[in-house]
Design a protein around this ligand. Structure first.
Ligand code: NAP
Ligand code: MG
Length: 472
């Protein structure tokens, strides 16, 4: 597969300081498709220096000029959608249809939204006898995961550039090729040298060196809660700003009176997308006892439509998970669910038939799940749905909020007012009402252990700004 044996630093592709490499593996067949350099603290330092040197110039550009560069970046991403989608499918295993429709397409929309916001945002306001300037925070460290390899990058880089910040990106070791394509697009968009820099490498080496670097002003991280906690501590120690987008265990609450068949079908599709590797996946389905068995049957039927297959094949609806470690982890959770007494109604821990090669997991549905079970509390990050039973609305609310996380959520009811009233009592950052669509401008981020800060739209832009007040 096409790749660079280099880092993108200060506007050029240059060799890494060390000789270490990372093998990029196609999770559908376990073959190595490329090798990229494993950056070290030296590369990180070179990248941060480049970002620091570029900061005064970029911070001083007119917002209209930053908007023009973001608009050019949008056009680059749009022109290369097919190549990006194929790269994501090759290194992540997302089905090609999903890679095209979501993985590659959504970042085009989001980059476009920041081109518009850069041009229209009020970077200056009057408050009493003060003029308040919203200035860039400075040098940003962006550390991203593999599950949405371009989306997670764009969610950080586009608002950072719109704000006038400069950036060093350390993408996930599993998906560096998409990050390299992104760097090519930034370069082609005419973004000045040093404003955006890419260091591929391992989390505990390059990622940690970047988070710890004294010349980084803000660390924006998306990934596991375990690593997020570490990064938060490092940032606290260095008095750096920090944004953390962490895990989730989101509830889909189906209230009596809802369109049950639709609610179940949408829920199953939501968990199956990207092989269950979405931080806001609706992994807990809550159903009233009177409709419970009907919902279980509907879920089992719906999951039957997701046959694991080669993600390159246009017909495939469920690809593998990203790597062997994740596959083993997901299968471990399925075994744990059975041990703890949940009722397996579809799927199971074994490899899907005919898919012994590749990191495949059977689409799985558990019924009779209770909140004390591990599968009701921990993020599985695989194609696994847990169905819980409630007797009253109050109990549904207690179960939904009985989680360390609070990222996504959904409520279905016979009428919108009932659903909204329920949603207002959920401890979570987003709630979809009766199947409401994803909004790329709405603030995205977590309550509780799901994180700190918000991404997307004007709220996402504000994360990269700090105020300076002048009194008259
Ligand atoms: P992870 O380790 O948290 O990885 C996220 C990013 O942080 C990667 O770029 C990673 O680099 C880097 N990293 C790892 N250790 C670091 C450190 N000590 N200092 C700085 N950066 C570091 O996540 P994972 O191991 O890939 O996935 C594990 C679990 O996390 C999943 O099962 C899932 O539950 C959760 N997860 C959540 C999201 C989300 O969107 N919220 C995304 C992915 C995973 P490497 O790639 O080299 O490890
Ligand atoms: Mg990791």
């Amino acid at each position: 597969m096409k790749h660079h044996d280099a880092m993108f630093i200060d506007g050029t592709w240059r060799p890494a300081a060390g000789a270490g490499t990372i093998e990029v593996v196609n999770p559908a067949d376990e073959r190595v498709i490329a090798t990229v350099p494993a950056g070290t603290a030296k590369d990180v330092d070179a990248a941060v220096r480049a970002a620091r040197a570029a900061l005064p110039g970029w911070a001083a550009t007119a917002p209209a000029e930053r908007a023009a560069r973001l608009s050019a970046l949008r056009d680059q991403l749009a022109a290369r959608t097919e190549e990006i989608a194929r790269t994501i499918t090759a290194e992540l295993g997302a089905t090609l249809g999903f890679s095209r429709r979501v993985q590659a397409a959504l970042p085009v929309v989001i980059t476009g939204s920041y081109a518009e916001l850069a041009a229209s945002y009020s970077f200056e306001e009057r408050i009493g006898n003060s003029t308040v300037y919203h200035e860039p925070v400075g040098v940003v460290a962006a550390i991203t995961p593999w599950n949405y390899p371009l989306h997670q990058v764009v969610n950080k880089i586009a608002p950072a550039l719109a704000a006038g910040c400069t950036v060093v990106l350390k993408p996930a070791e599993d998906t560096p090729l998409t990050a390299q394509l992104f760097a090519e697009c930034v370069d082609a968009a005419g973004v000045p040298a040093g404003v955006f820099n890419l260091v591929t490498g391992l989390g505990h080496v390059a990622g940690q060196a970047l988070a710890e670097h004294p010349d980084v002003d803000l660390v924006s991280f998306t990934g596991s809660t375990a690593v997020g906690r570490k990064i938060g501590a490092i940032a606290g120690g260095g008095v750096k700003r920090v944004a953390l987008e962490l895990g989730g265990k989101s509830a889909n609450v189906i209230l009596p009176g809802a369109d049950l068949a639709k609610a179940v079908q949408v829920n199953v599709a939501d968990v199956m997308r990207n092989s269950g590797q979405s931080c806001n996946a609706l992994t807990r389905m809550l159903v009233h006892r009177d409709q419970y068995e009907e919902a279980v049957a509907l879920a089992a039927e719906a999951v039957g439509g997701y046959v694991a297959g080669d993600p390159q094949d246009d017909e495939s609806r469920l690809g593998p998970v990203v790597n062997a470690k994740q596959r083993d982890r997901v299968r471990g959770y399925i075994e744990r669910g059975v041990q703890e007494g949940a009722r397996l109604v579809a799927g199971g821990p074994d490899a899907p038939e005919g898919r012994e090669r590749g990191y495949y997991v059977r689409p799985t549905v558990f019924a009779d799940v209770t909140t004390d079970m591990t599968i009701a509390q921990e993020e599985i990050f695989g194609p696994v749905v847990s169905i819980l039973k409630y007797e009253s609305e109050e109990e549904a609310l207690r179960i939904a909020n009985d989680s360390a996380y609070g990222l996504g959520g959904a409520v279905w009811a016979g009428d919108q007012e009932t659903a909204v009233a329920f949603a207002r009592r959920l401890d979570t950052g987003q709630v979809d009402i009766n199947g409401g669509r994803f909004n790329p401008l709405a603030p995205f981020g977590g309550y509780k252990q799901s994180g700190v800060g918000r991404e997307l739209g004007p709220h996402g832009l504000a994360e990269y700004l700090q105020t300076k007040s002048l009194q008259f």
